[in-house]
Ligand binder design. Structure first.
Ligand code: NI
Length: 263
């Protein structure tokens, strides 16, 4: 399988499950003359050896991507790595994993049992990276139970392996000059911007600014029926002076774009 085919497939799954993403892209394209460039794609998983970030990275590495750096998110109990391809037309790949051992024993045994139950065949085809859940559907009650400890874990268990977000490179936009402008434009069109830590995370000083819309609820099938839960979001990035990496403190807030609204 060619890397470009996998990335196209990822985009298709991501936008068909989350029609609001396509609406945002259409809005941006209605203003832009140039083609929208994707800064990075983010994937989420658990640090279980069957599906950890290194496992998810295998196909990217064999397609020419290079590992760059590990990042640690203490408060979120997450680690992440990112990968860059020498062909700079290909987006960066950002893969995070939740540290299962940092949660309650009930949580740990639930997650481990689910992952141990995956049929190995499902993990051998690189398309598993965009095929959704490779495990049995969980119940909505289990989803809510897991969510009490981690919104991130609840998201992964219910959506599985699909792109968590794609990212518009605002650096490469011609009409939009900065994130403030794109955020305002999207708010005027009815989209909610993640405001955790301020709408624009990062600064020119650190080399990267990021913002994102909040994920909208989508209908997902659980073992006991359909429920509305947060789906995927779309991110916006502006890079300065050729900075190629990621900023831990900014990503910390961006992770919250799929949090369920607390009543
Ligand atoms: Ni991101």
């Amino acid at each position: 399988m060619k890397i470009s085919d996998l990335l196209n497939h990822m985009w298709k799954t991501y936008t068909s499950l989350n029609p609001h993403i396509k609406e945002v892209l259409d809005l941006i394209e209605s203003k832009e003359n140039s083609k929208i460039i994707n800064d990075h794609i983010a994937l989420r998983t658990f640090n279980h050896n069957r599906v950890n970030k290194n496992k998810l990275a295998e196909f990217f590495i064999s397609s020419g991507y290079n590992f760059v750096e590990n990042l640690h998110f203490e408060k979120k109990r997450l680690d992440a790595s990112y990968y860059i391809h020498p062909d700079n037309k290909l987006p960066r790949i950002f893969i995070s994993e939740l540290r299962i051992q940092d949660f309650s024993s009930e949580f740990q045994s639930k997650i481990n049992a689910i992952i141990n139950g995956i049929d190995e065949k499902k993990l051998s085809d690189p398309k598993f990276l965009t095929n959704g859940i490779p495990w049995e559907k969980i119940s909505y009650l289990d989803y809510k139970k897991i969510q009490e400890e981690s919104d991130y874990a609840a998201w992964v268990l219910s959506h599985g392996y699909i792109a968590n977000h794609f990212t518009v490179s605002v650096t490469d936009c011609t009409f939009f000059k900065n994130l403030k402008q794109i955020n305002l434009f999207l708010k005027q069109n009815g989209f909610e911007i993640n405001s955790s830590g301020g709408e624009v995370k990062g600064s020119s000083k650190v080399g990267l600014e990021q913002s994102s819309i909040m994920a909208k609820n989508i209908r997902v099938k659980f073992s006991d029926g359909y429920y509305e839960i947060p789906g995927c979001y779309y991110e916006f990035a502006f890079r300065y002076n050729g900075f190629d990496g990621f900023i831990t403190n900014s990503a910390n807030h961006i992770f919250e774009s799929t949090n369920e609204k607390k009543a």
